[in-house]
Design a protein around this ligand. Structure first.
Ligand code: ADP
Ligand code: MG
Length: 638
């Protein structure tokens, strides 16, 4: 493109994040260079969508260059250039500076700051980050962008130019046609890309599903390269129909994957997808995807979420987040409705029976897709769980109606699996329940290492009963909403007076009663000694090896939740534990036999503190504990 006059020329620096990203990209994508074309075509398609959308309310925008939107790709081997020209929405000078000089995504700086500096490792991360416009610099050592926003006068075009180092130039130019023309000046050793056949192949491979026609000059028979015609005849080389509108049976897996990359700005393949056309009272098509990697900003409040919304095939908006609940915010995809009005706005989307019923149907689709993945491809489901399991655990509280379905998708560590990997499904657990067991037992704590040998598990180990080990921060909160699975109640083994019901034999029960009678005196002495710090003292039937344990009161807040609230500076209601002891433990027998009341007091305090430590709690008076323990040790040495 010739640029007659340039005015208001200035040189600006890239935002630091862009510089880092450029560095990383150029070094990491050398094995997959050709994706630059996919990214630029994807941007042209987005630009066409945006123009069509704005033209709904402002038809004048389609002025002059008409409504036949397309992107044209040509190359010049001699000049070593590739030109990508679209007649979409275009950019104003300010937009070019903002969109091609900065990254607006929140959390980007954080993300980039945490890169390891090891280019191999970091290269994998760039995938989940999305590549975008800057991928042009993988093959080009200079990129010129000529653009003019639809609706602005021809004199308000912009020329953006950069070598992809520290800065870029912008100038105001005359640009008669609306839209964007990008000229890539190929690096010397990338000259091979300036080949029409190669470009055609790349378009077929990556951009076949793009709804916008991608045109290349019609190829002459070989030998006819004498004089080039002034204006080539353009030929559409992709299929150019919206992928989701085509029948499922005609769409290849590879096309689904490439389409995912276009809409998600993700670089890696999705784990699963679900494509559905709904007809009847409501009419819409949805195509939902499960990504393979959690985006770095999954927990950012303003991170991108939601589906790409089309109405009767016209693009309306990205990130329509009214169609799925928050706990499924990682799902990507498209929804195309025939019922919503073309002038639908975010406000209209907030409410209404159409949105409500679409949301509940899409939620079910998404959960079904995850169920299917878990059943058919457990390995891939394990990947999914690692990336998104924590988010799914928000489900039972947000979506009470689907909690049984969500529960079926949860995975936990357990005393049977013997590793900290969360791989036990509740259905597996139920299938393995022992005779007489009608409850699902679990224990929460700070880490797997901390809970795996907890004294609370002793009786379960003895009886061969599996206990789920819940150590994610969200778990205790999750369990408030998850009360049942498959008709079986959940029981926290650290809570209340553990009733093992039918799991305990008549003999067990008789022995317990006898022990309780026998130890009545000890119970009273312990109550005296521990006083205000306990709500109750009783005989335990959950211990085999440990002398004592602290049980949480039935209605009290668990330790994990308490610590969480305390850490966030909130006031936590006081709750006293129950002191339970093992009547047959030698230390308890020794305690029972102790006649010196001072020493009895010290010993029971030490046992109480030890039980708190074993539960992962911190001591109110650690120095007192050490003093008492040392005193007892000295007595022993005497
Ligand atoms: P993304 O597509 O994920 O937004 P890109 O890096 O690919 O990120 O593009 C950055 C931005 O530059 C786009 O969001 C868009 O605003 C603008 N842009 C890029 N290419 C074009 C184009 N051909 N026409 C209009 N705007 C464009
Ligand atoms: Mg893009």
């Amino acid at each position: 493109m010739t640029t007659a006059t340039e005015t208001h020329k200035e040189t600006l620096g890239f935002q630091t994040e862009v510089k880092q990203l450029l560095q990383l990209m150029i070094h990491s994508l050398y094995s997959n260079k050709e994706i630059f074309l996919r990214e630029l075509v994807s941007n042209a398609a987005d630009a066409a969508d945006k123009l069509r959308f704005e033209a709904l309310t402002n038809p004048g925008l389609l002025e002059g260059d008409g409504s036949d939107l397309r992107v044209r790709i040509s190359c010049d081997a001699q000049a070593r250039t590739i030109t990508i020209d679209d007649n979409g929405i275009g950019m104003s000078r300010e937009e070019a500076i903002a969109h091609l000089g900065t990254i607006a995504k929140s959390g980007t700086a954080d993300f980039l700051a945490h890169l390891s500096g090891d280019q191999k490792k970091d290269a994998n991360l760039i995938g989940q980050f999305g590549v975008g416009f800057y991928s042009a610099f993988i093959v080009a050592d200079r990129v010129d962008v000529y653009s003019r926003r639809a609706g602005l006068p021809a004199s308000e075009g912009v020329h953006w130019s950069s070598a992809g180092q520290g800065d870029f130039e912008v100038a105001t130019i005359d640009k008669p046609q609306r839209g964007t023309t990008i000229v890539l000046h190929l690096k010397e050793d990338e000259a091979g890309f300036a080949d029409p056949w190669r470009l055609r192949g790349i378009v077929k491979k990556y951009s076949d599903h793009i709804a916008l026609p991608v045109e290349l000059p019609r190829q002459q028979a070989t030998g006819a390269d004498a004089d080039k015609p002034a204006e080539p005849e353009w030929e559409t080389v992709n299929r150019a129909s919206a992928l989701w509108t085509r029948p499922k049976s005609e769409i290849q897996d590879e096309e689904y994957r490439e389409f995912y990359k276009h809409i998600s700005h993700d670089f890696s393949d999705p784990l699963a997808w679900s494509h559905n056309k709904v007809e009847g009272k409501l009419e819409y098509t949805s195509l939902l995807y499960v990504p393979a990697h959690a985006p770095f900003d999954l927990y950012h409040r303003d991170a991108a979420k939601g589906l790409k919304l089309y109405v009767q095939r016209v693009y309306i908006m990205d990130q329509a987040d009214q169609f799925l609940p928050l706990y499924l915010r990682f799902i990507k995809g498209v929804v195309d409705s025939s019922d919503l009005p073309l002038n639908v706005s975010r406000e209209i989307l907030q409410k209404g029976p159409v949105i409500d019923s679409m949301k509940s149907a899409l939620t079910k689709r998404a959960l079904d897709m995850l169920e299917k993945l878990a059943k058919d491809k457990p390995d891939q489901y394990a990947t999914f769980w690692k990336e998104f399991g924590q988010v799914l655990k928000e489900g039972p509280s947000e979506d009470y109606a689907n909690r049984e379905k969500i529960a079926g998708l949860l995975r936990f560590a357990s005393t049977k699996s013997g590793t900290d990997a969360q791989e036990v499904a509740l259905a597996d657990y139920v299938a393995r329940m022992v005779q007489g067991q009608d409850k699902i037992y679990y224990l929460t704590g700070e880490s797997y290492a901390q809970v795996k040998d907890s004294p609370h598990l002793e009786v379960f180990r003895k009886k061969g009963i599996e206990v789920l080990l819940l150590t994610d921060r969200i778990d205790e909160w999750l369990m408030q909403y998850l009360t049942e699975f498959d008709g079986k109640a959940f029981v926290d083994v650290a809570r209340g007076d553990l009733d093992l019901g039918a799991l305990e034999s008549e003999e067990d029960k008789k022995a317990q009663e006898a022990a309780a009678k026998d130890k009545e005196n000890l119970i009273n002495r312990l109550k005296q000694a521990l006083g205000e710090d306990v709500s109750e003292v009783r005989i335990s039937h959950r211990l085999t090896d440990s002398p004592a344990i602290l049980a949480i009161g039935e209605g009290d807040m668990g330790l994990q939740m308490r610590q969480l609230l305390e850490a966030s500076g909130q006031k936590v209601p006081e709750a006293k534990p129950v002191f339970e002891f093992n009547p047959t433990h030698p230390l308890i027998e020794r305690l029972d036999a102790e006649t010196d009341e001072d020493r009895f007091g010290d010993l029971s305090r030490v046992l109480f503190d030890q039980a708190a430590l074993a539960a992962g709690d911190s001591l109110k008076d650690p120095a007192g504990y050490v003093r008492r323990l040392n005193k007892l040790l000295l007595d022993l040495a005497r």
